[in-house]
Design a protein around this ligand. Structure first.
Ligand code: B1M
Length: 212
């Protein structure tokens, strides 16, 4: 069995220490960190997602699987970040208000860092006001929002409206992503960019800062 399969299985069997061990092993074997992400961590979380959807597992199991994924992300993060030393732009990223999902958002953060962006990660359940404060404090090129459940989609719109009302809209590009988000909808609510997954998010961000 390949080490990528081992990583995936460590998530499906809820063993964070194994996730760490196998991620480290994959790095030592010289496997591309992006492959470790997609074929190991994301693949494992994909299986968990399917099981959760079909009520084969419940929230506690999902949380342990998420713990495994985050443990693996912590191992990969410095390696992906070291791949690019010069910043090609600054992104302020957060999961919108009332939404606590952060695995996909953190993957996007890491892939952006790996591509050379400086990322300010505001975390989850981020109020529109917090995004606005972050624009004033960090002067990012891009505000990036994740919305991972349909019930928080309106909070993306509210945040964009708040940015417009604050007079800061022309200082930033706005990018949105997450499972229930579509490109058409993002354009309709006044956003500038969309990515269906972490790789597409990087392409969209590069396009927005003019380096694509
Ligand atoms: Co929840 N949850 N969850 N959950 N959860 C989903 C999303 C759900 C689809 C499960 C289901 O019912 N089938 C469903 C949403 C349904 C809907 O939209 N209507 C759901 C629900 C309903 C809920 C609760 C309401 C459950 C409850 O309490 N009854 C609750 C809500 C809590 C809240 O947010 N207020 C809840 C809670 C939780 C946990 C806390 C248990 C846990 C989150 C833990 C954590 O994140 N730290 C959890 C999880 C893990 C999931 C599933 C199983 C997995 C989500 C995930 O991490 N996916 C999910 C089911 C599933 O996906 N099949 C589910 C892996 C991740 C890599 O993918 O997040 O899509 P994703 O990110 C992708 C892309 O979307 C994209 O790139 C990422 C990487 O490829 N992307 C961007 C993300 N952000 C982007 C930003 C961009 C561009 C691309 O640009 C800015």
């Amino acid at each position: 069995m390949s080490v990528l399969e081992d990583i995936k299985n460590s998530i499906i069997t809820y063993k964070p220490a194994k996730t760490i061990e196998f991620c480290q092993q994959a790095i030592n074997e010289g496997i591309d960190p992006k492959l470790i992400l997609s074929e190991g961590l994301i693949a494992g979380m994909g299986v968990i997602g399917e099981k959760f959807k079909s009520n084969k597992i419940y929230v506690p199991e999902v949380l342990i699987a998420a713990k495994c994924t985050h443990a693996g992300l912590d191992i990969l993060k410095p390696i992906l970040a070291a791949a690019k030393a010069v910043s090609i732009g600054k992104v302020v990223l957060g999961t919108v208000k009332d939404d606590l999902h952060d695995i996909g958002k953190n993957l996007v953060a890491m892939m952006l860092e790996g591509a050379g962006f400086e990322v300010v990660n505001l975390g989850v359940n981020v109020d529109p006001e917090k995004f606005i404060e972050a624009i004033k404090e960090h002067h990012p090129n891009i505000i990036a929002m994740s919305s991972l459940i349909t019930s928080t989609l309106p909070n993306v719109e509210t945040t964009i409206k708040a940015i417009v009302d604050s007079g800061l809209r022309d200082q930033v590009k706005i990018m949105v992503g997450g499972a229930p988000v579509t490109e058409e909808w993002v354009m309709q609510i006044g956003g500038d960019g969309f990515g269906k997954d972490a790789t597409a998010a990087v392409d969209a961000a590069k396009k927005l800062v003019g380096v694509a």
